[in-house]
Design a protein around this ligand. Structure first.
Ligand SMILES: [Zn+2]
Ligand SMILES: [Zn+2]
Length: 131
């Protein structure tokens, strides 16, 4: 990701490096706001715009994926390989499905070119069910 940032022409400021570090191994698909809040104590001068722009640049360069599978702000996914998700209806949590990408179960509409097939489970996550 750091190489990618450099390739995308962004200067590697300490703030941008901290954003990449906070996010590169994160399986929870955080929102920009969540990453901002995580880093706020360590980098009190960093603005939300810096976090958002950095994530946006990573996504535009194909170094992370933007997931908008639940209502609310987009979530960022450091895993750009095709993979499925379980989406919680109540808290919006996004959980990676283990294993390989899905196989299509229905034919695409006429003339439609399929770029990817993704499995999405919708329901209630363990945390919400325990409540
Ligand atoms: Zn939930
Ligand atoms: Zn994911």
């Amino acid at each position: 990701m750091i190489e990618g940032l450099r390739g995308a022409g962004l200067k590697l400021t300490p703030q941008r490096l901290a954003i990449v570090e906070a996010f590169a191994d994160d399986p929870t698909h955080p929102t920009a706001q969540e990453i901002f809040e995580r880093l706020r104590r360590r980098l009190p001068t960093m603005s939300f715009a810096t976090v958002y722009t950095t994530l946006d640049t990573l996504a535009a360069a194909g170094l992370c994926a933007v997931r908008a599978l639940s209502p609310g702000p987009a979530r960022f996914d450091p895993n750009v390989a095709p993979h499925g998700h379980a989406v919680c209806d109540s808290c919006g949590a996004l959980i990676d499905l283990p294993g390989r990408a899905a196989r299509a179960t229905a034919a695409p509409p006429a003339g439609f070119v399929v770029r990817a097939v993704e499995t999405i489970y919708r329901g209630a996550c363990a945390r919400c069910r325990a409540r």
